[in-house]
Design a protein around this ligand. Structure first.
Ligand SMILES: NC(=O)c1ccc[n+]([C@@H]2O[C@H](COP(=O)([O-])OP(=O)(O)OC[C@H]3O[C@@H](n4cnc5c(N)ncnc54)[C@H](O)[C@@H]3O)[C@@H](O)[C@H]2O)c1
Length: 438
């Protein structure tokens, strides 16, 4: 049985400096050793350094182990430290609560360490991680929490693990919904929509009940557009605008392909929109994208390549990767989730935009309302976004937008029973493989 135990110097590593902290001597003898136990609903680690508060008498406080189903702390995160009077600090931001579902999975295994290190929300932003797993993955979740402990991240102040979204999503300001069931052998696409739809319906209800009223939700688990739709429809008290389906990986892939073809570094590619569904009907928009500030079609004059190879390369990149590697993209997906968050918490560079799957109500492009569709967005860096208006369309682009829109409307019909739309009727036009899907 693994035992999580902490020692005083660890909190010193939490960015406060050892002189700012005081500890009870011989803590390990008096401190409750908490062991990782067989699956229970919630298990949390908590570190709380009393910053941003008035100066207090130095004392290290042992956190009470809460009763019943309240999160229970263990390990290094159980201690609460107060600052010495003369060492009051004012520079720390308020802690943000971030939930990650599927936290024991492959994508999370990359993402969590980026979040905890400050690479995503900033190097002055303390963070609490609330990790949601499935019953089957609970032990692995404990392992993840242990690795987070052992990483001594200065900004990581709390870690909670659990399998009940109503507990794990309590007060969260961000929810990164990655956990989903993979498509099993012989499973129809409609079956996947239903099985994962149930998960996202429940998680939407839980967010509605207990999350921050302005929680930002990024749905990664596939089929992510329709899962995001299900989630937002089950969370009527949270603005629909706050829900995103991740298409940033597709955007990054498209930028890379254009850079390769044009022989430029990929930071020279901008204004890249992925339109529509995160499936093989997605539309990487080379009409509005730019290279070195110029329209792509002026820089890459091989338009046949753009229409055929480029488009297909991006649409099918996830599938090709699976064939080569035997598993779906995890590291680059985690990077793209980090990019997607950063795009919402930092102002979008002048003249540029980013892609995200967002709710279509009120969109200026004439796309059907009531679906989650990837579109070009800009942000002031406040977590919110607005849709970009100055984009152009041609026949090629419009034709493809219609196809991906039809697919999303069909997916919506398949999950009508999960979004208050009556009886489901599944008539998917074709079985498009989802990028990254096994
Ligand atoms: N949108 C994108 O760009 C993109 C890219 C790649 C993968 N994906 C999707 O992301 C999802 C996760 O991928 P992965 O590689 O991390 O998979 P994974 O199988 O390694 O991990 C998924 C984890 O989710 C957990 N889980 C299952 N049901 C859950 C539930 N109800 N609540 C909480 N956790 C649950 C599983 O136990 C598992 O640990 C898949 O659906 C995949 O298709 C999306």
């Amino acid at each position: 049985m693994a035992v999580a135990e902490l020692s005083a110097p660890t909190c010193a590593k939490q960015g406060l400096g050892s002189s700012q902290l005081s500890y009870l001597s011989a803590r390990t003898s008096s401190f409750r050793r908490l062991s990782f136990r067989p699956p229970r609903r919630t298990h949390s680690s908590r570190i709380s350094c009393s910053v941003n508060q008035t100066a207090q008498t130095p004392v290290a406080v042992e956190t009470e182990v809460p009763k019943s189903n309240k999160p229970e702390c263990f390990g290094v995160f159980c201690l609460t430290y107060d600052l010495k009077a003369e060492e009051e600090t004012k520079s720390w931001k308020k802690l943000i609560n971030v939930a990650v579902s599927g936290a024991a999975g492959m994508i999370s295994n990359h993402l969590l360490f980026k979040l905890a290190s400050g690479q995503v929300f900033g190097h002055d932003q303390p963070i609490a991680l609330k990790l949601l797993g499935s019953e089957r993955s609970f032990q692995a979740l404990e392992g993840v929490a242990m690795e987070l402990e052992d990483s001594l991240f200065p900004l990581l102040r709390e870690v909670q693990i659990g399998i009940d979204p109503y507990e794990v999503f309590q007060d969260v300001e961000w929810a990164l919904l990655i956990g989903a069931k993979p498509r099993g052998p012989g499973m129809e696409r409609a079956g996947l929509l239903d099985i994962n739809g149930q998960i996202f319906a429940e998680q939407g209800k839980a967010l509605n009940a207990v999350a921050s009223r302005n929680v930002k939700v990024i749905v990664v688990g596939n089929p992510c557009n329709t899962n995001a739709l299900i989630c937002l429809k089950n969370a009527p008290d949270i603005p629909a605008k706050n829900f995103h389906a991740l298409t940033r990986l597709d955007e990054n892939r498209a930028k890379c392909q254009l850079a390769l073809k044009a022989g430029v570094f990929y930071d020279k590619v901008s204004n890249m929109t992925i339109w529509g569904n995160h499936s093989t009907t997605q539309v990487p928009d080379f009409l509005n994208a730019r290279i070195n500030g110029l329209p792509v079609k002026e820089v890459i004059t091989d338009h046949k390549w753009l229409e055929e190879e480029f488009t297909e390369n991006v649409q099918k990149r996830g599938g090709v990767l699976i064939k080569k590697w035997g598993r779906s993209s995890a590291a680059s997906t985690a990077v793209s989730i980090a990019d997607a968050i950063r795009s919402l918490v930092t102002p979008t560079p002048e003249g540029d935009w980013f892609s995200s799957g967002v709710y279509t109500d009120g969109n200026p492009y004439g796309i059907a309302e009531g679906i989650v569709f990837s579109m070009p967005c800009r942000s002031k860096g406040d977590g919110d976004y607005e849709l970009v208006k100055d984009v152009i369309f041609d026949d090629y682009l419009l034709k493809r937008l219609t196809k991906t829109e039809a697919e999303l409307l069909a997916e919506r019909r398949c999950v009508a029973h999960l979004i208050g739309g009556g009886v489901a009727y599944c008539d998917l036009p074709e079985d498009t493989m989802l990028p990254g899907e096994m």
